[in-house]
Every structure is written in C-alpha cells, then in structure tokens.
Design a binder for this molecule. Structure first.
Ligand code: HEC
Length: 243
C-alpha cells in the first residue's frame, strides 16, 4: 500500500516535471502531455475554431454534426453559421472536408485520415506531440519532417503560428533538441495553448457523450434513491397487516 502511494505520488509529480522540461529538454518529447481539460468549455470553443480554420481543409470529422458541436459547446446557432459552418454547408451537416479524395491523393500520395477517432486510437498526448514536433527537412517533399510520425505526408500547416524549427540530432542519431529557424506569429506558450485547445476539441469529437456522462450519472443515482424509497414505502404498506 505504501509502495503504491509512493508510485502514485511520483507519477503525479512527474507530469508537471515533464511539462516544465519542454523548454530545455525537447529530447523528452515522447513524455509530453497534452494536459487538456474536457471541462474547459472556452478551450473547446477555441479548439473548434482552430479546427475549422486550420484542419477541415484536409480532414473530416465524419461522425460529428455542426449542430451538435454548437449545442455541446454552447455556441449560438447564428455564431456557428457565421463563423464555423463553411458556406454551402448546412448546420445539420456532418463536419466534412471539401477536399476530394482524388485531389488529396494526387497532392499528398495519401488521403488525410478522418480525425473523429484519432485521440481514441492514438491518444491525445500523441496528437499533441505530433503537432509540436514538425521540423525542417530539405529531403522531405513537404519541406518538413516529424518526430512522432517520421516521413509524414502532412505538411506543417501551423508553421505560420509556430514558426519553423531545426532538429539537432546527436552522433548516435538520437534527437537532442530543436532550434528556431524562423520565428512564428505566436510565442512558444501561445502555440502550446493553440495545440492543447485543438487536441481538446478532437478528444471531445471522439466521444461527444463524455461531456454529459457525469450529469447523467447524477440523475441516475437520484432516480435509484427515489425508487428505493418508494419500494420501501410500498413494502411497509403491503406488510402492515401481516403479523
Ligand atoms: C494540407 C492538408 C492538411 C491539413 C490542412 C492538415 N492535415 Fe493533418 N494530415 C494530412 C495528411 C496528408 C496526413 C497523413 C499523414 C501521413 O500518414 O503521413 C495527415 C495526418 C494527420 C494526423 C494523423 C497522424 C498519424 O499518426 O497518423 C493527425 C493527428 C493530423 N493530421 C492532425 C491535423 C490537425 C490537428 C490539423 C489542423 C491543425 C491538420 N492535421 C491539418 C494533411 C493535412
């Protein structure tokens, strides 16, 4: 029991430590945590905006409707229509990319995957690491490579925000650190938040019902308590004449 408590404490302390190490120790990128909060509605709203501005050009969320996003994230219908639903699409439509598969294939040699379930299949931390570890690579057709998905066909579509970084590898070929080549519009902290919000939204998209599960649970428990009370009263009533 003591041992378990120590391990738990070490894990709890380890998370922020890995996070703080990002600046000096990008070598530990595989331990980076997304640290996103599904309960943070403002973050989810920013994530939805990020997705519609930077991702839907190539990626779909084929199980998610705009309307549901608006309802779940508390975004009014007129704001949804004005800002998040692309012109030509209806609010009841699914979030689908306008890019035809044939064009994607011709451009990237692969069709960008649907991202509805990406955080469930690969994890939120993975998507966070993926979006933060693009680096310049003159040998890559896109001009950039990625630590989380080496040789990826996805271009660094967020380079205007993050800037461009070089990767420094040691003699043994192990990744050591990033060096800024071109500064982006955002500071490192701002880009970090941008990615966290985007991952948060993708995690929500993977299971929209998660947002409501806790509230539903409370009602279920209340119902069960009420039902128990009624059953008990009924039993008293039936048995009161039996001696
Ligand atoms: C210009 C087109 C394009 C845009 C815009 C784009 N992607 Fe991609 N994305 C791709 C392609 C192509 C792949 C397939 C990469 C591969 O398999 O090598 C991909 C793959 C991915 C993957 C899967 C990685 C894996 O391990 O399989 C994730 C996650 C992803 N993109 C996230 C995003 C997010 C988040 C955005 C918006 C910030 C975005 N993408 C914007 C083209 C794009």
């Amino acid at each position: 029991m003591r041992k378990l408590a120590i391990i738990m404490a070490a894990l709890a302390l380890g998370a922020p430590a890995a996070f703080a190490a990002e600046g000096g120790g990008a070598a530990a990128w595989q331990q980076w945590h997304a640290g996103n909060e599904l309960g943070d509605r403002a973050s989810l709203q920013r994530g939805a905006r990020n997705f519609m501005n930077y991702c839907v050009g190539c990626h779909s969320l084929k199980y998610v409707r705009y309307q549901r996003v608006g309802e779940d994230l508390g975004i009014a219908t007129d704001i949804m229509k004005a800002n998040l639903v692309p012109s030509g699409a209806k609010i009841t439509d699914y979030v689908l990319t306008a890019m035809p598969a044939s064009l994607a294939n011709a451009s990237f040699g692969i069709v960008p995957p649907d991202l509805s379930l990406i955080t469930r299949s690969k994890g939120s931390d993975y998507v966070y690491q993926f979006l933060k570890t693009f680096y310049l690579d003159p040998k890559a057709t896109t001009g950039t490579n990625n630590l989380a998905l080496p040789g990826t066909a996805m271009p660094h579509v967020l380079s205007d925000l993050q800037g461009l970084q070089r990767a420094v590898f040691g003699k043994d070929g192990r990744f050591e650190k990033f060096e800024t080549d071109v500064a982006g519009q955002e500071s490192a902290a701002e880009y970090d938040s941008f990615v966290r919000d985007t991952v948060n939204f993708l995690e929500y998209a993977g299971e929209p019902a998660k947002l409501h599960r806790a509230t539903i649970g409370v009602w279920v428990v209340l119902y069960l308590l009420l039902f128990t009370a009624i059953a008990w009263l009924l039993k008293q009533e039936y048995w009161k004449d039996v001696h």
